[in-house]
Ligand binder design. Structure first.
Ligand SMILES: *[C@@H]1O[C@H](CO)[C@@H](O)[C@H](O)[C@H]1NC(C)=O
Ligand SMILES: *[C@@H]1O[C@H](CO)[C@@H](O)[C@H](O)[C@H]1NC(C)=O
Ligand SMILES: *[C@@H]1O[C@H](CO)[C@@H](O)[C@H](O)[C@H]1NC(C)=O
Ligand SMILES: *[C@@H]1O[C@H](CO)[C@@H](O)[C@H](O)[C@H]1NC(C)=O
Length: 709
């Protein structure tokens, strides 16, 4: 009895002790959860810190390629070029659809990452599906019927050469090459996706390479190991792709996002004349091999830039409006693919298309610029995405896999008047242009009727091409390839090119046609340079136009200025502190004015008169070229600076008989500015500053209460 009593008591005590323990364990768990939540937030802030720092130190663009050599000067070491190609571009001409691109480090919106060996396939976003990362093959141009209707192969070769001559000379009078030489714009695209610890996500196809890892964790381990010990994966299939915490649920459990990227292409809607592209003189690249500009242009290390405007003449200038590249990139959809249709309504102001007609911008396509239109539809401001990124294009998406950001947005006024706050959730992807490839009719040209046996791995028939390595493209029927496949794609008649490109037999690559007859061929895939065609020369097929990370940095801009002054010193004499002394210096001095670049001017608009938004002015910057155009009696519409939260599109005319000859004749395409700026435009910066100060005194526009929070 007593024992029973005792054991019951004991049990009761134990329960009490246990429950006390449970309470304290629960409390402890709660405390730990909170601590983890706080730590997770700190980790997020750490990532933000790195990104913000990267964003302010450079632009989105290419940063570094692998270094394999040694040298006596810093420029003997590659940065943005491998020894042989900018962004390590190269040829896989024998493959049907592969664009040779090696490993590189790049930055997109402050996220730095290292790619695997890329070798992307020539593909575009899907035109029919909105599935995440779904792509389709870009069609190759047709062969001109003028070629195929020729009876003999020799005649076809002759005619095909003439089409290449027309392309090279950009002469579409006799043969309209524009129907058969199609530019595609390839771009480097990056995004954060939710990481659900599933298999590794391979964001783009390549026949040659893929990330050599089963999960992203596996990839991280490989990068940590090889970066620590400096080893290189022989196949170049490792890449460094950062991971971050995107948010913490209820302030407790963290959600992770993985950075992924891809290289995809888009067939441009219109022809892009070759004269819209100009080589950028990256001096360190030329110095590495001591090449003249002309010599550099003939190498894969040459990098190009698109003209600011869609015209033939090149002018050095800065612009207040979207450029030619913006109109090309605006053809490219983000991750919702070509059917995407989204709007950005963040911070209570929808993003509009920059331009004359006020249209809501479809943010599911890539853009840098957008316009803000205030609710009264009067105040316009041109804005550029990112704080200080020259080259970053952005696009919104509705893909659930993309890790977005939310904001519950309450303005101060809203909370005072107890108006409802608004919450936003947005998902974005980022891109920079990568290269322009001119597709040509060679891929579809098959005058020998050689049978294409499909994808080298997926189609059983394709195995016959090499017969387990027995067939190597030799010049006899026993070793010639038996037809072609996606990896061994040779069908251009050897006689189309001049010279021996491939040492494998002087007759080119041997391939059996549909009747088992031996034919001598050349590779039909995409190359940086198409081999020499007799009488026409070498034609470039790929024009790399990727921007560089370092271009966004102050030292680079000072270097570029100095480069222009030194390398083109006749044009920039006025920039010298002391004119260079040499035998020509007197002559130079005499011609100084004539030789110097003319300067641009800044105009200032008159003070606005409407009480909302209050007194303010705008500056209007005119380049030397603008001034010349105006003086030759042209009208000009330019965008003013942004002040008091908006800008104006100002149409200017030059009236030489007036004291202040620059007159604003239209404002935002109307007769008068909505906020009351007069037609008067004053020149001369000093004069303007004085006037500014006077007005400021009078109107007290700088008082803090005039600024809304
Ligand atoms: C991955 O996780 C995120 C959030 O953690 C979730 O919203 C998403 O639906 C998940 N995706 C898949 C494919 O499981
Ligand atoms: C996008 O959607 C809006 C309304 O939702 C519609 O007015 C517009 O025509 C659409 N644009 C395209 C290109 O489909
Ligand atoms: C290829 O096929 C076409 C159509 O069948 C034929 O007209 C042409 O002669 C063939 N070419 C060769 C080189 O056999
Ligand atoms: C070439 O390949 C085809 C199948 O694609 C096969 O039927 C034929 O026998 C092969 N020819 C030779 C000479 O091996």
């Amino acid at each position: 009895m007593f024992i029973k009593y005792l054991s019951v008591k004991l049990l009761q005590y134990m329960c009490v002790i246990l429950s006390v323990q449970t309470i304290s364990t629960n409390k402890e768990i709660e405390r730990l959860e909170k601590e983890i939540g706080k730590l997770s937030r700190q980790v997020m802030l750490q990532q933000l810190f790195i990104e913000e720092k990267t964003r302010s130190e450079g632009d989105s663009g290419l940063k570094q390629t692998r270094i394999l050599n040694d040298g006596s000067k810093p420029y003997h070491f590659p940065t943005t070029r491998s020894k042989r190609g900018v962004a390590a571009i190269h040829d896989h001409g024998h493959m049907k659809r592969t664009i040779g691109v090696g490993e590189f480090v790049a930055v997109l919106n402050g996220v730095e990452f290292r790619t695997r060996h890329n070798d992307p396939e020539l593909r575009m976003p899907s035109t029919t599906s909105s599935n995440f990362l779904e792509t389709e093959e870009i069609p190759f141009p047709e062969v001109p019927p003028e070629v195929t209707k020729k009876e003999t192969v020799a005649e076809q070769v002759q005619e095909m050469r003439e089409w290449f001559r027309a392309f090279k000379d950009q002469n579409h009078k006799e043969r309209d090459y524009r129907k058969y030489f199609k530019p595609v714009l390839c771009y480097l695209e990056g995004m954060w996706v939710y990481d659900n610890n599933t298999d590794i996500l391979e964001p783009f196809l390549s026949d040659r390479h893929k990330l050599d890892a089963s999960t992203f964790e596996d990839l991280e381990d490989k990068i940590m190991f090889t970066s620590y010990g400096g080893r290189k994966d022989g196949m170049e299939n490792f890449g460094w792709l950062p991971k971050t915490i995107v948010y913490t649920e209820n302030g407790k459990s963290p959600s992770y996002a993985q950075w992924i990227y891809r290289i995809v292409c888009h067939p441009l809607k219109h022809d892009l004349p070759l004269n819209r592209l100009r080589m950028i003189d990256d001096l360190s690249s030329r110095m590495m091999f001591l090449r003249s500009e002309e010599e550099e242009m003939k190498t894969r290390r040459a990098r190009f830039k698109l003209n600011q405007r869609d015209r033939q003449e090149w002018k050095e200038r800065f612009d207040q409006s979207p450029g030619f590249i913006d109109s090309l990139m605006s053809e490219i959809p983000g991750l919702d693919n070509y059917g995407g249709n989204l709007t950005d309504e963040a911070l209570n102001l929808p993003a509009f298309c920059p331009g004359k007609e006020q249209k809501i911008l479809n943010t599911a396509y890539y853009h840098r610029f957008y316009e803000e239109v205030r609710p009264d539809y009067m105040r316009l401001s041109l804005r550029k995405r990112a704080f200080s990124d020259s080259n970053l294009f952005m696009s919104m998406t509705s893909q659930q896999q993309v890790a977005g950001k939310s904001l519950n947005y309450c303005t101060k006024e809203d909370s005072l008047q107890k108006k409802a706050c608004k919450s936003y959730h947005q998902r974005w992807s980022y891109a920079v242009p990568f290269e322009i490839i001119y597709l040509n009719p060679l891929t579809n040209w098959n005058p020998y009727n050689i049978t294409y046996k499909g994808h080298y791995k997926n189609d059983p028939e394709a195995k016959f091409v090499t017969e387990n390595g027995k067939r190597t493209g030799g010049n006899d029927i026993h070793t010639a390839y038996n037809g072609t496949n996606s990896w061994y794609f040779f069908q251009i008649p050897q006689s189309f090119y001049s010279g021996n490109e491939n040492k494998k037999g002087n007759g080119g690559i041997g391939v059996l046609d549909e009747n088992g007859k031996l034919r001598y061929t050349r590779a039909s895939g995409i190359r940086v340079f198409i081999p020499e065609i007799r009488g026409i020369g070498i034609i470039r097929q790929r024009y790399p136009i990727m921007p560089l990370y370092s271009e966004g940095n102050t030292a680079y801009k000072e270097m570029e200025s100095l480069k222009d002054i030194v390398l083109e010193n006749n044009n920039y004499l006025k920039m010298f502190h002391n004119l260079p002394k040499d035998e020509n210096s007197d002559k130079l001095r005499k011609n100084q004015i004539k030789l110097s670049v003319q300067r641009g001017i800044t105009l200032i608009m008159s003070m606005a008169t409407m009480s909302d938004p209050g007194p303010h002015t705008h500056y209007v910057d005119l380049s030397a070229e603008n001034v010349n155009a105006l003086k030759s009696k042209k009208k000009l519409t330019v965008r003013s600076s942004e002040d008091s939260g908006h800008d104006h599109r100002v149409t200017i005319e030059y009236r030489p008989f007036l004291k202040n000859p620059f007159v604003m004749t239209r404002c935002d395409h109307k007769r008068k500015c909505w906020d009351g700026h007069k037609k008067l435009l004053l020149e001369n910066v000093e004069q303007v500053q004085e006037q500014d100060e006077l007005k400021e005194d009078k109107n007290d526009i700088d008082r803090p209460e005039n600024y809304k929070e």
